[in-house]
Each structure stands twice: as structure tokens, then as C-alpha cells.
Design a protein around this ligand. Structure first.
Ligand SMILES: Nc1ncnc2c1ncn2[C@@H]1O[C@H](COP(=O)(O)OP(=O)(O)O)[C@@H](O)[C@H]1O
Ligand SMILES: [Mg+2]
Length: 308
């Protein structure tokens, strides 16, 4: 019998939220910083927030001929087949290296109004989501063939549509790669936001098979973000308040106990910060370990993201 070939593991983080502006893109960047700069893994940030991208302004500003995720998602099957024949073209044409940080690359999505109009109309149609799910899976497999070891996908706000398609991607057990998925759900401490998130997560949780629930809990994290921005002086106190509010919701809307337990994962207590400083700050924390001893609030926030 042939010896079993060692599979290459590819880690995928998908980042989700109910509302916009809660910190998804910040989390995507910080996570990319930790895996690429500390674990030395070739990492790609995929800007899947096709409804309201912000990364393109940061990383593609000096670049001409930018090609977008939109094109890969929407291309005709015949055109897409060419990429399957020459996977390296996906790496060379669509993945922009972030010059200052080796090992981190970025795949932009388009913020051009005409492009937005087309894709938003399509992803809003329930019956098209299976198409996006399988196309996205094909894209991720092509990226694995470009030797990316970690793929971080920033998704649009709202847990349905594109966000759902990204969460539900199933991989072919292709010979060489083993994909391992982790989803991070970001919420603000605003009541309607976290309540909606916990209700939705509970529904997802109870709908899955009992045998795989433990595994599901391990593969999903919840992050409360922007406490200070919400005006809370004492985030620890605020967290206790949120927990008791969710307990009352538990009775009404059947939020599962195990989902409430996930609150423990959480809490990020930063002052306002500049998203463009995230990679620099993570890099600094890695290269000057003494800065971990008395971190600023922003550095503390970055350290929280290392753990999830
Ligand atoms: N924990 C935090 N504390 C303070 N400001 C934050 C925090 N997280 C994100 N921000 C800021 O909030 C704004 C929106 O964050 P962003 O990551 O773009 O959110 P999203 O991708 O969910 O729309 C950015 O200006 C970012 O710098
Ligand atoms: Mg964003």
C-alpha cells in the first residue's frame, strides 16, 4: 500500500458581524499580522466586504491596474476554467503584496459604484448563493495552490447572504490540502447589535447536529469590540451587564447556554485607533517583547486578537 501523503493545512478565518463599523476589518488586519509576522505563514487578506470595502484605499492607492475579487466571483465558467489550468495567475494578478510586511498579501474588492451595483444585486438573491459558495471554494483552492497557508476573509455586514455563503463553504477533500475554518463574529456592546448576533448564533447552533456542536463551538469565536467607543467607562462592568441582559433574552428567544459561555472569549478595550497602524503595532509587539509588559490600550487590543 502507498504511504499516506502528508496534507498541507490551510487555515481560513472568516470575519462576520451583524452591523457595519464594529471592527471586522481591524480584526482581519490584526489577525493577519499575528499569523504572518509571528508564525511566519504566507497570509492573504481577502476583502470580501464587497458592499463597503475600506482596505482598497489603504493598500492599493499607489497601484495601477488593480484587479478585484469581483472579477473572480463573477467570471464566466469558461474564463474561470483558465485559472484552474494556470492557478499561479490568481496569485500574480489578484494578490497584492503589502510591501512593508513580507508574507502578507491582499486581494481587493472593488469600491467602484458600477461594480458594486452588479454584485450587490446578485448576492441579495438567495438562489444565487450556492453559486457564490462553490465559486468562492474554487477561489480558495486556487489560492492554496499559490502556497498561501492562511486566508483571512473579511465579509459584508449581516449574517445572511455573502456572510452565510462564506461560513457554509464545504471543501472537496482534494488530495494535497486540508482546509481548517474558523469564524470570528464581531459585535459592538450596543444592545440591538449583540442581541441580534446572539439570537442568530443560537439559531445556527441548535440547528446543527448534536454530535458536532462541541466542534462547532471551538471553530467559532465572538468578540465584543469598541467598548470605549460606546462610551462605557468600565468595560468589565459593562460585560457583566451584557451577560445578564443576554440571560433575560435567553428565556424569551432561547439563546443557548453554550453560546452565552462564549462571552468569556471576549472583550477588547481600545481607545479610538487608526486602522493603518495595526500591522505596525503587531510587528512592534513581536519584535519588542518588553512592550507586552505595559501595553497601551491599542497594544492591548492587538494582543487580544492574537488569542482568538
Ligand atoms: N476596539 C476599537 N476601539 C476603538 N476603535 C476601533 C476599535 N475597533 C475598530 N475601531 C475603529 O472603528 C472604525 C471601524 O472599524 P472597521 O474595522 O473598519 O469596522 P468594519 O470593518 O466592521 O466596518 C475604524 O476607524 C477603526 O479604527
Ligand atoms: Mg470593513
Amino acid at each position: 500500500m502507498e504511504p499516506q501523503k502528508q496534507k498541507t493545512e490551510v487555515k481560513i478565518y472568516t470575519i462576520h458581524s451583524q452591523k457595519g463599523g464594529v471592527g471586522k476589518t481591524s480584526v482581519a488586519l490584526a489577525k493577519a499580522g499575528w499569523v504572518a509576522l509571528k508564525e511566519d505563514k504566507k497570509t492573504l487578506i481577502i476583502d470580501g466586504d464587497i458592499t463597503g470595502t475600506s482596505l482598497v484605499d489603504i493598500f492599493s492607492k499607489e497601484k495601477n491596474n488593480v484587479r478585484y475579487l469581483n472579477e473572480l466571483l463573477l467570471s464566466d465558467p469558461l474564463v474561470f476554467r483558465q485559472y484552474k489550468k494556470e492557478p499561479e495567475r490568481v496569485g500574480s494578478d489578484f494578490c497584492i503584496p503589502i510591501a512593508k510586511h513580507k508574507k502578507i498579501f491582499f486581494m481587493p474588492s472593488s469600491s467602484i459604484f458600477e461594480d458594486l451595483k452588479i454584485i450587490v444585486a446578485l448576492i441579495s438573491q438567495e438562489e444565487r448563493l450556492h453559486f457564490f459558495r462553490s465559486r468562492m471554494r474554487d477561489i480558495l483552492e486556487l489560492l492554496a495552490q499559490n502556497n498561501f497557508e492562511t486566508l483571512i476573509i473579511d465579509t459584508p455586514p449581516g449574517l445572511y447572504g455573502m456572510s452565510q455563503a462564506m461560513r457554509e463553504i464545504k471543501f472537496n477533500e482534494i488530495e494535497k490540502y486540508k482546509f481548517k475554518k474558523h469564524s470570528i463574529f464581531v459585535t459592538s456592546p450596543d444592545r440591538p447589535d449583540y442581541r441580534a448576533l446572539f439570537s442568530t448564533l443560537s439559531q445556527i447552533y441548535v440547528a446543527i447536529n448534536k454530535e458536532v456542536r462541541e466542534e462547532w463551538l471551538k471553530a467559532n469565536s465572538i468578540l465584543f469590540n469598541k467598548f470605549s467607543a460606546a462610551g462605557s467607562r468600565n468595560p468589565a462592568f459593562k460585560l457583566t451587564e451584557i451577560l445578564s441582559d443576554l440571560k433575560s433574552l435567553q428565556e424569551k428567544r432561547k439563546v443557548d447556554e453554550k453560546i452565552l459561555d462564549k462571552l468569556k472569549d471576549t472583550a477588547s478595550l481600545a481607545e479610538e485607533f487608526d486602522i493603518e497602524q495595526i500591522l505596525e503595532t503587531v510587528n512592534h509587539l513581536i519584535n519588542s517583547p518588553e512592550s507586552r509588559e505595559h501595553p497601551t490600550p491599542f497594544q492591548k487590543w492587538c494582543l487580544e486578537i492574537e488569542k482568538i
